[in-house]
Design a protein around this ligand. Sequence first.
Ligand code: SAM
Ligand code: SF4
Ligand code: SF4
Length: 337
Amino acid sequence: MSSLTDTLGRPLHDLRISVTDRCNFRCTYCMPKEVFGREYEFLAREQLLSFEEIDRVARAFVRAGARKLRLTGGEPLLRKNIEDLVSLLARIPEVEDLTLTTNGSLLARKAEALKAAGLNRVTVSLDSMDDTVFMAMNDVGFPVQKVLDGIEAAAAAGLSPIKVNMVVKRGVNEDSVVDVASHFRGTGHVVRFIEYMDVGTTNGWRLDDVVSGREIVQMIEAAFPVEPIDPDYRGEVAQRYRYLDGAGEIGVITSVTQPFCGDCTRARLSAEGQVYTCLFAGKGSDLRALLRNGGTDEDLDQAIASIWSVRADRYSEIRTSQTVSIRPKVEMSYIGG
Ligand code: SAM
Ligand code: SF4
Ligand code: SF4
């Protein structure tokens, strides 16, 4: 195991790999239509890392200590033949967990192939059980039932335990918290309620729109009593709770009200090969040029070591109204959450 740590003593444990910046949804908190409209210029095909290039970078991150890989986007299932990338990554012996985060829209079609290629689990985003609310949030009129079909197909294919991500935004879907909890209680799927974050600069984030993890737990507690349970491992971002009646567990991700930078062990690779050491970073470090200019594996190892060893990010711990509005920040759809 590599002993690579950053300036705050944090090891490198997870790599999130964005495979595309495109998406078939326009979630208002992530890719608002007014910005990501017809004229928006997404990355061109030749700008994207090929699967072979992603595999090389992933292997270098694994040599540097990464043990968890997560594919994300944009919408990762839009990337053609994504299962071929999964089978490349599934061959890296040190990887303990190979997962993918999706909006679920194409999952019913893809679940079997992903499982066969070696994917371990999926996380599916779903912000409401109510079509009117959900369609307004994804802003392309996509119905809840199709996401549920995707979740079912993933469970049937054995891509479990499934996590369900729900971003909670004040005045938009807070009334759906108990519905979503109730729907997935007893299914073995774990809902994770996520505080609405100020990622990027396009979603018009305001602190007033954040429903705190504490409030979320109180809403659930009023319907179904819960108690806190210990984290599974260092760097787990969700605070975990279990239903007292044994119907399973939930997680709450309090990036805004109770940040967890001290334990943040994640690196992020954009679809064009930029490495970001924080979700709120303004700038990445380019690995694509190195890959395409004949860089060796040793060069990659050195680049990653020099990126991680100077890392000092703790944005959420030092967030103020000033940093929210002034700093340049990368978009969530580009970097993958
Ligand atoms: N398209 C896939 C999906 O939606 O699951 C993967 C990429 S998406 C950027 C990854 C996760 O980030 C999703 O669960 C999404 O809900 C979450 N997300 C996006 N914007 C967010 C925001 N402003 N605050 C909190 N979570 C956000
Ligand atoms: Fe697309 Fe996911 Fe962003 Fe929604 S959250 S717009 S599904 S990338
Ligand atoms: Fe990690 Fe940056 Fe989030 Fe802190 S703000 S937990 S350093 S990604």
